[in-house]
Every structure is written in C-alpha cells, then in structure tokens.
Design a protein. Sequence first.
Length: 363
Amino acid sequence: MLLLLLGVACGTPEPPVRVDEEPPAISRVAFGSCALQWVEQPIFRTIVAAQPDLYLSLGDAIYGDFDGETTFDVTPDSLRAEWGELAASPDWQHLIANVPVIATWDNHDYGHHSAGVEFELKETSKAIFLDFLNEPTDSERRRRPGIYAAEVYGPKGRRVQVILLDTRSFKSPPRLANRPEGAGGSLGKYAPNDDPTATLLGEAQWRWLKAQLAEPAELRLIASSGQAVADEKGMDEWGNYPLERHRLFDLIASTDADGVILLSGNVHFAEISRTDEGPYPLYDFTSSGLTHVNEEYPLAPNRYRIAGPTVDLNFGLVEIDWENGSSPAVTLRAIGLDGGTAFEMKLHGDELFSGSSSSERAH
C-alpha cells in the first residue's frame, strides 16, 4: 500500500464507500522538488489552488545536510529536527490538509549530497522519512530495503499507475569527472560510469519494477529524483549510469508497458526532454525549484530538451483528458508561483503507445 498523507478536517463524515464501487478517475497530478524547509513555501498554496488529485514530492523536501551556507554530516537527531521544521510549516500544513501527498527522496533528504548504498545512516534516515509521512508500521515499504512504491488510481479504462523509484538506497558510488565542477556550462562533477556492476536501482528494485510494468494501466507516471532522458549534465542523473538508463528504456519495451511518462526533479529548473530510445517517444518532465532555482544549471547541455527551461519557482502539473476513454490526451504544464503557465506540451492520446509519434507544443 502506498501512503496518502492527507490532513483530516472536522465536519460531517462522508458516507462509507461501497466495496463494489469503482474508484474515481484522477485527472490532475502535481509534482515538485527542492524546497528549503527554513524559508516560507508559498508555492504549496499555489499547488493547492491548482486543485490536483495528487501531489508527488520527488526529493529534497528538506535539506538535511545543508544549512544555507555549509554542508555537514547529519545525525539522527538533526534529521528529525529538519523534518520537524517542515512539519511545522504553515504552507506545508496547508498542502497536506487539502491534497493527498506521496513521496520519494533525493540526496538532501536522504542525508548526504552524494550518498548511495554506502550511507551508514540509510536505515535510520528511511525510518525518519517514513515516520514523517505517517507510513503504517506494517507497510511493505517498512519491511523491505529502500522506499520505492507504486499505486494504481482510477477504474478500469482510466487507470493511472504512479511508480516512485528510489535512486539513493542502492546507488553505486558515482564516477567523478576529470574537470572542475561548473566547467563547460555549469556541468556537474560526475562522469558516466560504464562499469557493468554499477547500479542505480539495485536488482531487487529492478525485479519489482518489471512486475509493476506488467500490471494493467492506461497511463503510467514513473517518477525518480534525477532526470532519466537528459544525460549530459554530470549532475545526479541516470546518465551517470548509462547501462541502467538503457535498461530502463529496454524494460519499458520488453514489458509492453504503454502510456509511460517520466517525471523527475533535482536540477533547480524545469524542462521537458524527449528521447526515441524507447518503444515509443519517451518524455521526461522535470520540475525542480519549489523555493529556489539556479540560473546557471540550464546552461549545461541537453540535446533532448524540447520545452523550457524555466528558472522561476515552479511545480509540474500533468493534466489527463479521459474524453477518448483508454487513450487519454495528456498536457504537461510547468506552473509558476503566481499560478501562470511557464510552458506546456500536449501529447495526443495515441502518442504514448508503440509505433506512434505525434505531439503538439503550445507556448
């Protein structure tokens, strides 16, 4: 079971849902990443105003290892304190009181800037993370390593599968690039690691993901903290593990998983990237910068970019039009703090299926 973090309001209780009733279809999924917990977070109120059915937190919900000036080694007590600061935020409280929230993590809420499988506090950090989300004590996420999870929303013919990947708990140590960080257009400090034993997800998560992609769904949102399509930035991204990146695209093909859209965060700006390396065009919609952005990071190369970038505060919104039944039209929209659209892309219903390729971009 995937947790829905949602505040409870007082008032007349809703009538119980009959067990034979179909779940309602969802049509608006918001997501975002990278929020400093010690500052005001008014964009959470903008998200609520957009009336999404669900909000996905894709990492760096807190900066556990950074105080605004320096990085430091976290402790269990310091992590609990940082999560407590977010929990006390009126903006965060407004979000969870009005919108169901599900989450995965990235480096800063995991606990260390470049940490992966070797992180000594990963199990402690996981427990604190899941406690913050009010994850049930007997949940599958509690019982197995990592925090990956999935859920299907909506009735047959209008099912949306949301897959949250864990790109920290099993990640092999990255390979450092032989260049100064920031060289060549704000490139990151990592280089592709083509060691066949290097992994991003770990074998158990890969087996789980294969099983999830075999589940029936009309639309699939695969969310991870780092970008999957853009592979040249040298930041925390799938491109640092090129064999894993290709394995993802190959798995989508081999499982005949139609309807996949990739969602990502991490980079402190928003953009859409597209690759034809999958069984049909794969779109990676990146939204990052809930409380802060970086104007230099978009200067790093991305030959796959087809929309954006925007370096204003932003969140992503996936709008699903079920008018055509099981072949929905989808609009990917980057939205700013004021509620305005920074950019959008419309995908026709047949585009997310093998052998098709048509899209419409609106500015």
